[in-house]
Design a protein around this ligand. Structure first.
Ligand code: GRF
Length: 189
């Protein structure tokens, strides 16, 4: 059995897709959902699915390595960041070499880095009159959005599209590809 931990701070629509994708899988399981926000909707989804949750605080996350103990206790093999905004500290990157991935709602290396999240990304893409946007799945290192790129998928932007349209089309790509790419990585380990 391979156990995934999902780190998410928001709505958790990607986390939900991942949970649904692996629900009947006999060798891969979402075993833990971690959030830095006690009120995050993703935690309700976790509870509805009987998945253990863990709320982390900034001080422990950056000033200790106690999270590693929790991950070890749950026998976590792989980490998926799905809308988790904190920079990942070095001790965690080192403990999960090529075993931690993030999804970014744009075609990196464009539109990445600190502050480039959520609607900020889609508004920047819109302002620059890009003809396409998309998603990037990449390994996580100590820098925002800079780890090795695993997979990208693009969607066209029509001249009439608003940032909201772009966001919707990008999210649809995320929901489709994130669970599938995760599965292929885990199956090929
Ligand atoms: C997604 O757009 C993801 O790319 C980004 O944060 C958003 C999370 O959305 N990193 P949700 O919480 O999964 O709905």
């Amino acid at each position: 059995m391979k156990n995934i931990a999902i780190f998410a701070s928001g709505t958790g629509s990607n986390a939900r897709k991942i949970v649904e994708h692996f629900r009947k899988n006999e060798t891969i399981k979402v075993a833990l959902i971690i959030s830095n926000k006690a009120t995050a909707k993703v935690l309700d989804m976790a509870k509805d699915n009987n998945i253990t949750t863990l709320i982390i605080n900034r001080t422990d996350f950056y000033k200790s390595t106690s999270l590693l103990e929790d991950l070890k206790k749950r026998q976590i093999d792989f980490i998926a960041l799905a809308g988790f905004l904190w920079l990942i500290p070095a001790y965690l990157v080192k403990a999960f070499p090529n075993k931690m991935i993030n999804i970014h709602p744009a075609l990196l290396p464009k539109y990445g880095g600190k502050g480039m999240y959520g609607h900020h990304v889609h508004e920047a893409v819109f302002k620059n009159k890009e003809s396409e946007s998309g998603i990037t799945l990449h390994y996580v290192n100590e820098h925002y959005d800079e780890g090795h790129i695993i997979f990208q998928a693009a969607c066209p932007i029509a001249s009439t599209d608003t940032p909201i349209d772009i966001a919707r089309n990008v999210l649809a790509l995320e929901h489709y590809y994130f669970p599938r790419i995760l599965m292929s990585l885990l199956n090929n380990e």
